[in-house]
Design a protein around this ligand. Structure first.
Ligand code: DLZ
Length: 206
């Protein structure tokens, strides 16, 4: 049955060549845990290797934009320094061939994880409206902050921030509502799929 809401039936994108970052807040951890699990499942179902998914946490949602920005920058630095190491290893490999010292050359190995910048980063947080204006300020700042990071940093940032009027709305959107704790729809799964789609498309839009 189709519904009006939601991203529609997803095309099957192959995430096996992607490196994905996840930053999640720890406030409202029951919902966060379910959303995180939903995102992880969608990523691995799409073929993203577990070793190519890096997860970090921050105290609250307000910290998400800074953490995403730092995580992406660090992955760029890691990637360029591993490129230098790789180039040096290539050079060493050809030099040892020439001098016939191949015994000391380690065999070429398939890297267990990608040493590339993240192809997409998912930011996950759960904001619940309280009695003060905290909610409005944080929701606004985080939304704008995450948009800024993705446009300035040129990396897809998936908006996994639930802005809720009450806890029940969150349980529904984390798929853990009701007596059996399995009612509702886990939005984390949509965020995982969005990260794979954007990560794949980012490599070539034409
Ligand atoms: C302070 C605060 C409040 C009141 N509510 C939430 C919330 O519902 N969800 C959330 O992720 N974080 C909340 N925080 C914490 C802030 O996001 C932030 O961590 C602190 O203000 C410290 O910067």
């Amino acid at each position: 049955m189709s519904t009006l809401k939601g991203p529609g039936k997803p095309k099957a994108y192959d995430g096996s060549g992607l490196r994905i970052g996840i930053v999640h807040a720890r406030w409202n951890s029951t919902m966060i845990d379910a959303l995180l699990a939903g995102a992880m499942k969608a990523l691995t179902d799409a073929g993203v290797k577990e070793e190519n998914i890096v997860t970090q946490s921050v105290p609250g949602s307000y910290e998400l934009p800074y953490a995403v920005k730092q995580m992406y920058s660090a992955s760029q630095v890691q990637s360029s320094s591993s490129g230098v190491v790789g180039a040096a290893a290539d050079l060493l490999g050809s030099a040892t061939d020439l001098t016939q010292l191949s015994m000391s050359t380690p065999p070429a190995q398939e890297p267990s994880s990608l040493q590339t910048p993240f192809d997409a980063i998912i930011a996950i947080g759960v904001l619940i409206k309280g009695e003060t204006m905290h909610f409005e300020y944080i929701a606004d700042a985080v939304s704008h902050g995450l948009m800024r990071v993705q446009l300035d940093g040129n990396v897809p940032v998936v908006f996994g921030l639930l802005t809720l009027l009450n806890e029940e709305q969150g349980l529904q959107r984390a798929g853990i509502a009701g007596a059996g704790k399995n009612e509702g729809h886990n939005h984390g799964a949509d965020w995982g799929s969005a990260a794979v789609e954007l990560g794949v498309k980012r490599k070539g839009w034409v």
